[in-house]
Design a protein around this ligand. Sequence first.
Ligand code: FAD
Length: 279
Amino acid sequence: MTIYTRDLLPHTRSVRANGSWTPDSRIALSAQASPNFARTWEQMARYSLQTYRDYLGLPGNPIDFRDNFTLSDTPLDAADHAPAPTDAGKGTFATTGAPQSSAEFASYAGLIADVTPAPELLAGADNPFPVAYARRTPLMIYNFGAYSHLLLSEFHQAGGRIVIREFHSPADLADLPERVVINCPGYAAREWWNDKSLIPVRGQTSWLPPQPDAPYALEYKGVAMISKSDGVMIQGYDMYGLGDMDGVGNSFEHADRAEAEKAVTIIGDLFTRFQPRNG
Ligand SMILES: Cc1cc2nc3c(=O)[nH]c(=O)nc-3n(C[C@H](O)[C@H](O)[C@H](O)COP(=O)(O)OP(=O)(O)OC[C@H]3O[C@@H](n4cnc5c(N)ncnc54)[C@H](O)[C@@H]3O)c2cc1C
């Protein structure tokens, strides 16, 4: 088996992600997904979960779990994740060629609720955070360094080889000696295959030094923080009240220091609210 690729891990887009198992996050638009897609998605998600379970507990913890705390100063209820209603004036993907509101994104998580951990509200003394409302949900995460290393090691052990090569058009694939080619160039498929249904969804992840003594994750005011073995990841995913529309349509790939600092400041302000311990 041969992998032909322009970039190797860790220099691929995947390693710039938040790195949590969120299989239905902005995966499709309800109106555009085919009638069978929900069922296909469910099969893929169940298979994925089963596969990753075998990677738990390995040296370096390539796949791990964190308690993820959703924190809020106002009551947490179903409304906090309810998408804003569609704004008729803005149109939809069908009329503009791009999604215009969070309500257009499909939500499939309920299809696998029987195998994913249920959230638990933390009341009174069970809530250790300096906010009025907290909820805990175990979250599967990827430690990119250990996971990349494991994938490449397994591939080489199985006799795979890697060829660094850049393709420029679908016709280039016909030159390959292999009879079966699985083409998965990620976002590059938009230009490569002229597939304009693939839309960019930009995000900004910032990495602080690892803090192994604080192995948990949290979400507060539209910012996610995950403490992993290779660093503390901080990502603003909804700092401007846009919901799932945050970053949609934005293909800008460079680091944005101002956005990173805004996200880090939100988490920093949260932690300054902790009461100092005596002694
Ligand atoms: C900020 C942010 C946070 C995210 N967080 C999460 C998350 O928590 N959970 C989640 O599930 N998803 C998350 N995502 C989405 C996730 O990162 C992507 O869906 C995923 O990484 C895509 O993986 P891929 O293998 O398809 O593409 P890529 O990782 O982009 O890999 C594509 C490969 O194709 C190669 N390639 C591309 N073009 C060519 C060419 N012309 N010739 C040769 N080789 C080529 C590249 O070198 C690369 O090796 C996030 C995305 C962002 C931006």
